[in-house]
Ligand binder design. Sequence first.
Ligand code: GLU
Length: 372
Amino acid sequence: MVADLSQIVQSRRLVVKVGSSLLVEGGKPRDAWLESLVQDLTKLRESGVEIIVVSSGAIALGAARLGLDKGGRGSLADAQAAASVGQIGLAGLWSEKLGAQGLTAAQMLLTLEDLEDRRRYLNASATLARLLEAGAVPVVNENDSVATDEIRFGDNDRLAARVAQAAGADAVLLLSDVDGLYDRDPREEGAKLIERVDGVTREVMAMASDGSSSGMGSGGMVSKLQAAQMAGRAGIALAIISGTREWPIDNALATGRGTLFLPHRSDGARKAWLGGRVAPKGTLRVDKGCAEALKGGASLLAAGVVGISGNFQRGDLVSIVAMNGEVLAQGLAEYDVGDVQAIAGKREGDQAERLGYAPRSAVVHRDHLVLL
Ligand code: GLU
């Protein structure tokens, strides 16, 4: 069990996420800083920690090369073009800097769908495992050139949490331009750094001020908390530390400054994957009794469904929310949306006639459902 920051770096397998504003300044890579980080990573490797890097910076680097305004984030087309140009440089940079320390970089560009689809997720997972076994350092980024607005992470914080899951890592370190989560906007007087968070509750979420202070990446504290939530559910510890100084990891360990999110629970591998999916196709609203039953481990039955939105088919991911909008769970629908509409609120005995076939045992079976 990870109890403090220093234990994060004693993990067996660690994902280190580096934001754009740390890597890129004025459209150019921050070479000296990156070299210092790579020295930190080399030290960790020498102490037996396997490292996976999740690196942003493609859009920022490419936008400068192409002369695009708004850092290449003015439109999706700009971001895609900028990422195409910048990713070459970014991968080259990691390859060069890791190479100088005798380490081999391996580029992996992933889309959200690569990780939402179970088979593709397992493929990515196998590649990561083989790369680590072969001694390489995977350097992962979202494949922004082909990602579209609807189907992308858009921030590398959640990507890092998902990659950690796919790689079976035990911790994630987010290097940021802030040194952790504050109880309010860190620019406000009296704002306090929270050293340790045991569960990302609504109250914790409310502490995050939206938007990234640098404006270069797309992360911000909200996406970091979402990443912490995803990691926590998969039994993975996550820490946010400042990356602004050189040798950022060494520095954070020396000062002990940062926020550690304790891992919460560990679902089985398949349920952890399901719980980490981020793009539900629809939403089912359920009544109070049904919400209680779900919390107790029951399947979602048609009788408790009071509202349906979205357009989903049997097997698609749906989000399950309470009457007050609180997200309770997500899981795989046993029916297409039309059939759920036909049987919502109905008891089992009344369902066959409406469906025209024998009803399944649930709308979302508990084996394919994860409480959030
Ligand atoms: N994937 C984006 C890039 O390489 C960064 C996403 C983010 O800002 O987190 O530029």
